[in-house]
Design a protein around this ligand. Structure first.
Ligand code: ZN
Length: 73
């Protein structure tokens, strides 16, 4: 099972809007559903991905609930 950290993205809003720099938190997605249960998206369709090491280094970038589920914090 692959775990992917991504900010929540919405296909219709990606054009002309930089959703990733709007301060959105990164969530941990497994099977296209975030571990906190708040978001679902086709993670394969987006190139944005941060390495879990970066999340560990900067947990303030990530959703607290997802961090807990993953066991980082
Ligand atoms: Zn989350």
């Amino acid at each position: 099972m692959k775990r992917v950290w991504q900010p929540p993205l919405f296909k219709s809003e990606t054009k002309g809007h930089d959703r990733t720099s709007s301060g959105a938190k990164y969530h941990a997605f497994v099977n296209n559903v975030s571990l906190c249960g708040l978001h679902s998206q086709q993670t394969d369709e987006f190139d944005i991905e941060v390495f879990e090491l970066q999340i560990v280094a900067m947990p303030e970038l990530a959703c607290k609930k997802c961090l807990k589920k993953v066991g980082i914090k």
